[in-house]
Ligand binder design. Structure first.
Ligand SMILES: Cc1ncc(COP(=O)(O)O)c(C=O)c1O
Length: 363
């Protein structure tokens, strides 16, 4: 099969869409294999293997599956406020709004811990419920003698490096270090769900690149244009058919879009742009002194503004839309602001002016 490069003839015989654009060795345009190469090259050392799928939820499903398979564990740990998708498996690790889970059966054995909502937390000052006394909820949960979860049964800890749907919460380094330390101590794989925070959005390719946590598995979608589960080869199952899909190499056009998106991000320094424009946005929000603003937070071009009530947030969103500014709710009182990665200085300027007008109108 070597002679066929990235193409496996058996896959084609099964009508699986493991295709490439023309010559498998020198394709006319980048396809699935080239997208996988790009994703692996931009991931932390050792995360060299990629499985493509149709959506973010499938990327998370497959991340959980490979962790169950690799560790032999039967349970998982997620965090309050988490959102990981809408398939039956992924909704089981959701801990944001009830609407995602209500009435649906779930996979068993998912435990949850508080997520840090304050980037400035330390173990001593934490108000988020994660650190308590001289320890953390997670450390207590996994304590080999006194904990209620046996560490050797934990197949994964899944987290969003910056929580999206749950309210755009940027966790503290103290929180991330504690999670990383416990996972390393008990040999529990960390799944970083980078579906919202990844592909350059925060100014790093993965938000976790700039944070004190080293994922064993990364999930991507959105900017990658299809779902991608990225891990080291030894975390993926050896056994044939344990992990597969008709679309397990991604659609040709989706993969082309994903590969070209990544090329443009790199060639045009769009990660740098995300970092600079994000700082501009925060500075301008501060100057604008929006009425009823409770908090502004985020990293790069993953920014959010929180208002005093849900009603106010909804009114600001409506007033912003009437003025031509598109925003999206998250958490309960927060609006997310996700400008394109190539946004310019003047556009951030205009966006903040429109948001300020909308906040005035809703005051
Ligand atoms: C952090 C996170 N994980 C998973 C998903 C699910 O992705 P998809 O909608 O592509 O299934 C989303 C979607 O918004 C997300 O934000």
């Amino acid at each position: 099969m070597e002679a066929f490069g990235p193409i496996d003839p058996a896959k084609i015989a099964g009508q699986d869409f493991y295709t490439t654009a023309g010559d498998p060795v020198e394709p006319e345009f980048p396809g699935p294999a080239e997208l996988m190469d790009r994703l692996a090259a931009l991931s932390p050392a050792g995360l060299d293997t990629v499985f493509l799928s149709n959506s973010g939820a499938e990327a998370v499903e497959n991340a959980m599956k490979i962790c169950y398979d690799h560790t032999g564990g039967s349970c998982g740990i997620t965090f309050e406020g988490a959102f990981h998708g809408r398939t039956l498996g992924t909704l089981s690790v959701n801990r944001s709004k009830a609407v995602y889970r209500r009435g649906f059966p779930e996979i068993s054995g998912v435990h949850d811990a508080p997520f840090c909502r304050d980037g400035g937390c330390t173990a001593g000052t934490c108000d988020c419920g994660f650190f308590a006394g001289d320890t953390s909820v997670l450390r207590r949960m996994l304590h080999p003698d006194r904990g209620h979860v046996a560490p050797e049964e934990v197949a994964f800890v899944i987290l969003e490096p910056i929580q999206g749907e749950g309210g755009y919460h940027v966790p503290s380094n103290a929180f991330l270090r504690e999670v990383a330390d416990l996972c390393a101590r008990h040999d529990v794989p960390v799944i970083a769900d980078e579906i919202q925070s990844g592909t350059g959005r925060t100014g790093d390719f993965w938000a976790s690149d700039g944070l004190p946590i080293e994922p064993d598995v990364i999930c991507a979608a959105k900017g990658a244009r299809l779902g991608a589960t990225i891990a080291s080869a030894d975390v993926f199952p050896d056994e044939t058919s344990r992990l597969s899909s008709t679309w397990g190499a991604g659609g040709l056009i989706d993969a082309l879009q994903g590969a070209v998106t990544i090329d443009v991000i790199r060639e045009r320094d769009l990660m740098e742009n995300a970092a600079v424009r994000g700082e501009q946005f925060r500075a301008e929000i501060e100057n604008a002194a929006l009425p009823n603003l409770v908090d502004a937070r985020g990293r790069g071009l993953m920014q959010a503004v929180e208002f005093d009530t849900e009603r106010r947030r909804d009114d600001v969103q409506e007033a912003a839309l009437q003025r031509g500014l598109l925003t999206l709710g998250c958490g309960h009182k927060t609006l997310r602001l996700l400008p394109p990665l190539d946004v310019r200085e003047r556009e951030i300027n205009m966006g903040v002016d429109l948001l300020a007008e909308a906040a005035e109108a809703a005051a």
